[in-house]
Design a binder for this molecule. Structure first.
Ligand SMILES: Cc1cc2nc3c(=O)[nH]c(=O)nc-3n(C[C@H](O)[C@H](O)[C@H](O)COP(=O)(O)OP(=O)(O)OC[C@H]3O[C@@H](n4cnc5c(N)ncnc54)[C@H](O)[C@@H]3O)c2cc1C
Length: 404
């Protein structure tokens, strides 16, 4: 046992870190006990089976919100840093793991996975283990979704994504990269050719600011995917306060740009992980709060001041103040306000839609209207987190197993 932090764990009988704090209910006490007994391979196998992405989630999860924040020792302000131990165990296991069939529950079943982000990766592991023949489809040329093309390398080393590519190749799975479902092949064709289709196509459609001149701005996701594709000037302003905005500003800063974040509310209202905001500040990103953009010009942005008001229910409402327009010069504006799923691939199919234009699925996440198509992750939850995408993939996979 390398990390003495493990000795502080109380091995709770009803572990809040796992039962309440973790979307995939990682069995923390069981694995902690194995770690203390130097049984790292056994602990690794349990973690991988429960969450095939544990080596990644232990690095990118906002542990303050999940395991660490729910540790009983939090009362004394000294929670156990389980995520450090989870990473040590999972790292060692992942890089020496080779997939094997565990059951023949789905033997002979052909399953297509659309999207190879956390949903596709985790589902491929579980479905392969259950005996299925897997084909993965992705609009990108390589596996990984946001893990490869969104989260910057300074936060997640890409070896953690590459390892699944070699693991899946050795297992004989097929990968159809550069194939966009709905454009290059229809979902109806996949549904007809496979026993089951699981769509984990993420949430990549950017929300818009709806301000004049917006077409001059750069979208955060394409920028993060390939920063070298954008010609930018020395001063960059990023609009937004979520994780995507933090990654975009840190990326711009790491490339040497003078980088500012302009946000409508205050630091406490930012949806980004506090650790990311702190890292951005430490790296030299500067923040300007209570600012809403109203027009994008060739050489800068017109902002208006905002204030936080409280409504009758005690809810904070941000109000934009009239007559406060001021011009801020900048060379490039990056927008990172929010992303949502793109349901284009469902157009023309007999999928049941609700009043808001969202597809309807049952509790096992099977789409209503198609016989064998399931959905999971950001595609059905909206932009969430890696661990929540894995948890959602598990619901769909379990339902596929019960149905086929
Ligand atoms: C910049 C950024 C930083 C983030 N940081 C964190 C973090 O630190 N911690 C955290 O927990 N979460 C973070 N998240 C959120 C997290 O990454 C997502 O919740 C998670 O990746 C969702 O997984 P998914 O499998 O549903 O979708 P994705 O990872 O988005 O994968 C979807 C895949 O589907 C493919 N696809 C889309 N449409 C089609 C189509 N029509 N045909 C074929 N393929 C298609 C895409 O190319 C993509 O590969 C971040 C998100 C972003 C964008």
């Amino acid at each position: 046992m390398k990390n003495n932090e493990a000795l502080r764990c109380l091995l709770c009988k009803k572990p809040k870190c796992s039962l309440q704090g973790c979307p995939v209910h990682t069995p923390v006490p069981e694995c902690m006990a194995l770690y203390r007994a130097d049984k790292l391979d056994e602990a690794g196998a349990i973690l991988f089976q429960n969450n095939p992405l544990s080596a990644i989630t232990s690095q990118v999860c906002d542990w303050r919100q999940f395991c660490y924040g729910n540790c009983v020792l939090n009362v004394k302000k000294i929670p156990v840093r389980w995520y450090e131990i989870e990473q040590e165990i999972s790292d060692r296991y992942l890089f020496q793991h080779r997939l094997v069939r565990v059951s023949d529950e789905l033997k002979g079943r052909r399953i297509a996975l659309v999207g190879t982000g956390p949903v596709g990766l985790a589902s491929a592991v579980w479905l392969y283990q259950a005996g299925a023949e897997i084909t993965l489809y992705d609009a990108n040329l390589r596996l990984g979704g946001v893990l490869r093309y969104g989260i910057p390398g300074f936060r997640l080393n890409k070896k953690y994504v590459d390892v699944y590519e070699s693991m899946f190749f050795l297992a004989g799975m097929l990968f159809r990269g550069g194939v966009k479902v709905g454009r290059d092949i229809s979902l109806a064709e996949l549904s007809a050719s496979y026993d089951a289709v699981l769509v984990g196509a993420g949430a990549e459609k950017p929300a818009t600011l709806n301000i004049p001149g917006e077409e001059r701005s750069v979208q955060a996701l394409p920028f993060l995917k390939d920063p070298s594709a954008f010609k930018m000037g020395p001063k960059v302003i990023v609009i937004g306060g979520g994780n995507v905005a933090m990654d975009a500003c840190r990326m711009a800063r790491s490339l040497g740009y003078e980088t500012w974040v302009y946000y409508r509310k205050t630091f406490e209202n930012m949806p980004a992980n506090p650790g990311e905001v702190e890292a951005a500040q430490y790296e030299g990103v500067r923040f300007k709060l209570f600012q809403a953009p109203v027009e994008l010009k060739e050489d800068g942005v017109v902002f208006r001041d905002c204030v936080n008001d409280m409504d009758a229910d005690g809810k904070i409402v941000t109000r934009i103040l009239d007559d406060t327009d001021h011009f801020v010069p900048c060379d490039t504006l990056i927008t990172a306000i929010s992303e949502r799923p793109d349901y284009d691939m469902l157009k023309g199919l007999p999928v049941k839609m609700d009043a808001s234009g969202k597809p309807v699925w049952n509790e096992g996440q099977k789409l209503e209207g198609l016989p064998n198509v399931w959905v999971a992750g950001d595609f059905c939850l909206g932009a969430t987190t890696v661990v929540e995408a894995v948890a959602s993939a598990r619901v769909a996979v379990e339902n596929i197993k019960q149905t086929l």
